[in-house]
Design a protein around this ligand. Structure first.
Ligand SMILES: *Cc1c(COP(=O)(O)O)cnc(C)c1O
Length: 360
């Protein structure tokens, strides 16, 4: 990987070398078909087997029960901000837990289609905190409760999901899906844009309990209807064929590594290295409260905005790129998704230490 950098971008983000090499090998002529995957008909048997393979692997890795459907949809996670209320609200009300920018956006979008109750908003703690059960004001009559499992911009992550008193729990898992084991049965619906941890931009993965599928709101665009997704097995129109193929490759890579248990262990190890370093010094200030820290996005600041900028640009000269924090919050953010090797994290810490000494 001599000519490659360690890419700490929040998304689109790094893919594993093994995945890129396989994509490269199959790029020009896939499996002796004489064509590239992106040239194939989505209804042809070669592509259908790629599609089925990706779906099967997702069921295997996440241990998705049979009473759940898996859809690959257009419009990214943002499309789901609308799809969820359009399909599940049914003229009722929903609870939204706001722990960062994306959950806020999800609530804003949903409020176009029905009554949204904000069950928690972390703005007073600058989204550095994941609420405990007694901080939530859940309503009696919500049709579902929506949360964002990992807050990509602020660097916080749910460790234990809340008790929603038998309500449908909906989770935006865009930035931590397949980073650790989750019990799919705890959720009515999980969705994720693929470009953070499990592939490239172009698809949202949706995992939905089948009994929740019914006629959506009348105004629902066809491509956001779960009922039509189920009926057409994600092929109501042309699906994003190449991103689904890439997803399949990433899923195979996860299985080759030993599945989610191994992936989770690696992620804990990588994050612990970085957080232990942050806790051992006083130059950098971590943003998230200790028990709310994300395994995926590690956010911190140096003593000044100027130094934050200098940090990102000098890191880049050392092959450590995209460390600038999100434009909304500034600071520094290291996204260390599944594909980031532990050597990348070690190199980052070495760099941080030198930079701190040179700039104190
Ligand atoms: C990136 C991100 C989104 C937005 O995803 P798009 O696919 O670009 O719409 C939504 N939620 C979370 C948690 C994200 O990290």
């Amino acid at each position: 990987m001599k000519d490659r950098v360690y890419n700490f971008a929040a998304g689109p983000s790094m893919l594993a070398d093994e995945v890129l090499n396989e994509l490269n090998e199959e790029f020009y002529n896939y499996g002796n078909t004489g064509m590239a995957v992106m040239e194939m008909s989505h209804r042809g048997k070669d592509y259908l087997s790629i599609f089925e393979d990706a779906k099967k692997r997702l069921y295997q890795i996440m241990e998705i029960p049979e009473d759940y459907d898996v859809f690959f949809m257009h419009g990214g996670a943002t499309g789901q901000f609308a799809a969820v209320p359009l399909n599940l609200l049914k003229g009722g009300k929903a609870d939204y837990i706001i722990t960062g920018n994306f959950s806020k956006k999800a609530a804003q979008e949903a409020s176009k289609y029905g009554e949204i109750h904000i069950a928690y908003d972390g703005k007073d703690n600058d989204y550095s905190h994941i609420p405990a059960q007694d901080e939530l004001s859940l309503s009696e009559d919500a049709r579902y409760v929506h949360l964002c499992s990992n807050n990509t911009i602020y660097g916080t992550e749910w460790k234990n999901y809340p008790d929603v008193h038998g309500k449908i729990l909906v989770a935006d898992m865009s930035s931590d899906i397949l980073s650790r084991k989750v019990n799919v049965k705890d959720f009515g619906l999980i969705y994720a844009g693929a470009q953070k941890n499990i592939g490239i931009a172009g698809i949202a993965v949706v995992i939905l309990r089948k009994d929740l599928i019914s006629e959506p709101d009348r105004i629902t665009p066809q491509i956001l209807s779960y009922q039509l997704m189920e009926k057409h097995d994600s092929m109501l129109n042309t699906p994003a064929t190449y991103p689904i193929y890439v997803l399949g490759k990433v899923l195979k890579w996860i299985q080759d590594k030993g599945g989610l248990e191994v992936i989770e262990k690696n992620n804990i190890k990588k994050a612990k290295l970085l957080y232990d370093y942050l806790d051992s010094q006083s130059f950098y200030k971590p943003h998230a409260e200790k028990d709310s820290r994300s395994l995926m996005n590690v956010t911190f600041t140096s003593p000044s905005e100027e130094l934050d900028k200098k940090f990102a640009s000098e890191a880049a000269k050392n092959g450590l790129v995209s460390l600038k924090g999100h434009r909304l919050v500034g600071g520094i953010r290291a996204s260390i998704y599944n594909a980031m090797p532990i050597e990348g994290v070690r190199k980052l810490i070495e760099f941080m230490d030198v930079f701190a000494r040179e700039n104190s």
